[in-house]
Design a protein around this ligand. Structure first.
Ligand code: 2IT
Length: 445
């Protein structure tokens, strides 16, 4: 018989100074502890202990030179958490906030997310505390080369397949893949999120944002309504937010906010034209990490130093970074009549925020379900690479939509409570956990 507090006390002792990892493990363990206690096979196989310990944590030095000839040292990571279901799979994050604990929490979440996609992928994550902010293109190229010169030793198309995450987009994947190819001399698609001309998949850049809107549309159907006509707050302005605003517009909803580290944009007309979407991409490409110029360009309002959760909306989509939506933000959303919060960044809500939403019976989708579209299309990119062919955009999009539909079904199956409220987070945790746990039992230790 496991008790949550005893299990967590032991985990905290073994992982000191890793609050995000501890938060992620607590959230999953709280959801699955009854499932474990009811299943003698899971207890006998010590699944809880084994599933919360990464297979390995790789850390390496990254040395690079800036444009003025100064040498810098950063730390690179790859956490290979579990390959029970397939090769380790998960993104690379370049952000000043990255620590070993961040990497471990992201890799842990990735294990269950990837299980939910139904594709044969294990979970991993990597990155560096390197900040691309203010860096020139040449500096980013040199950093990527140096990073891959270490990372290439640990990855391979059938062992570990990295992709992008915060701070790693198409440009960085290009530089990283170029260096891998230069060293190893293979074109086997060891990274996903590649350019279309050299092995990438159509719809991969949009996939996370498209997927989260498909998931939200299914949630609205559970509530007897639809996404069409809804007012939406989105945070962030990167790749994920970009895909989300495009799909929201296509499905007839109106996104009225985006945000950056400098504040948020309130655009009452909606972020709903190809010109505005292209402008978001140009803001990102400039490496300045600000959204303020959008307000001048499109006559929208810029609210300095604040997050968009104070704006009255039907649906909120945190699309930036972990713990960006706090209990106070959740309170503001609830008092403004929010209908659902769809976590699109990984662990975008604090534990307290998620609990407050659930206590108020607000529909809450966890990141590992709602944002799984990105890694799902990465899995489809791996399939296309293995077959040496390309699928059309509509073929990839149809598969993405079907995968998001099946993730939603699993969340409902395991998350429906007696009063009819759907605990999507609990459902996602149980569904993902069972897949990985069953495989671990079958594979032995
Ligand atoms: O958090 C994520 O799922 C990602 N950054 C995408 C990972 C991937 O391998 O496409």
């Amino acid at each position: 018989m496991y008790r949550l507090d005893d299990f967590m006390a032991d985990l905290e002792r073994r992982n000191p100074s890793e609050p995000e990892f501890i938060q992620a493990v607590r959230e999953v363990t709280a959801s699955v502890i009854d499932t474990v206690n009811d299943n003698p096979m899971y207890i006998k196989n010590r699944i809880l202990e084994r599933i919360t310990e990464p297979d390995r944590v790789i850390s390496f030095k990254v040395e690079w030179e800036d444009d003025d000839g100064n040498i810098h040292v950063n730390r690179g990571y790859r956490v290979q958490f579990s390959n029970a279901l397939g090769p380790y799979k998960g993104g690379l994050r370049f952000h000043a906030s990255v620590t070993e604990g961040t990497m471990k929490f992201l890799a842990f979440e990735q294990v269950f997310k990837n299980a939910l996609t139904t594709l044969p992928m294990g979970g991993g994550k990597g990155g560096s505390d390197f900040s691309p902010k203010g860096r020139s293109d040449a500096e980013i190229l040199r950093f990527c080369r140096s990073f891959m010169t270490e990372l290439y030793k640990y990855i391979g198309p059938d062992t570990d397949v990295p992709a992008g995450d915060v701070g790693v987009g198409g440009r960085e994947i290009g530089y990283l893949y170029g260096q891998y190819k230069r060293i190893v001399g293979e074109n086997t698609g060891v990274l996903t999120g590649k350019g279309y001309g050299w092995g990438g998949s159509l719809v991969r850049p949009e996939a996370t944002g498209f997927g989260t809107m498909y998931f939200a549309d299914n949630m609205m159907h559970d509530m007897g309504t639809e996404l069409k006509g809804k007012r939406i707050a989105v945070s962030g302005f990167g790749n994920v937010a970009w895909g989300a605003v495009m799909k929201a517009s296509q499905l007839g909803a109106k996104v009225v906010t985006i945000s950056g580290p400098d504040g948020y944009i309130y655009d009452e007309d909606g972020v709903n034209t190809p010109e505005k979407w292209a402008y978001m991409l140009s803001l990102r490409a400039s490496n300045n990490d600000v959204v303020k110029p959008y307000a001048q360009r499109f006559k929208a309002q810029f609210v300095e130093g604040k997050k968009p959760w104070e704006v009255p909306v039907d649906l909120a989509f945190p699309c930036a970074i972990q713990n960006e939506l706090t209990a106070d933000d959740a309170k503001a959303l609830v008092s403004n009549g929010v209908k659902a919060v769809i976590e699109t960044s990984n662990m975008g809500c604090t534990l307290e925020a998620a609990e407050l939403l659930k206590a108020n019976k607000i529909a809450f989708a966890p990141g590992k379900a709602a944002n799984a579209g990105g890694v799902a299309v990465s899995g489809l990119e791996m399939s296309q690479n293995a077959m040496h062919l390309h699928w059309s955009a509509s073929e990839v999009d149809e598969r993405l939509r079907a995968i998001m539909g099946s993730i939603h079904e699993e969340c409902v199956k395991y998350g429906k409570t007696d009063d009819g409220y759907i605990d999507y987070a609990k459902g996602a945790n149980i569904a993902g956990f069972r897949k990985v746990a069953d495989a671990m039992c079958q594979l032995g230790y």
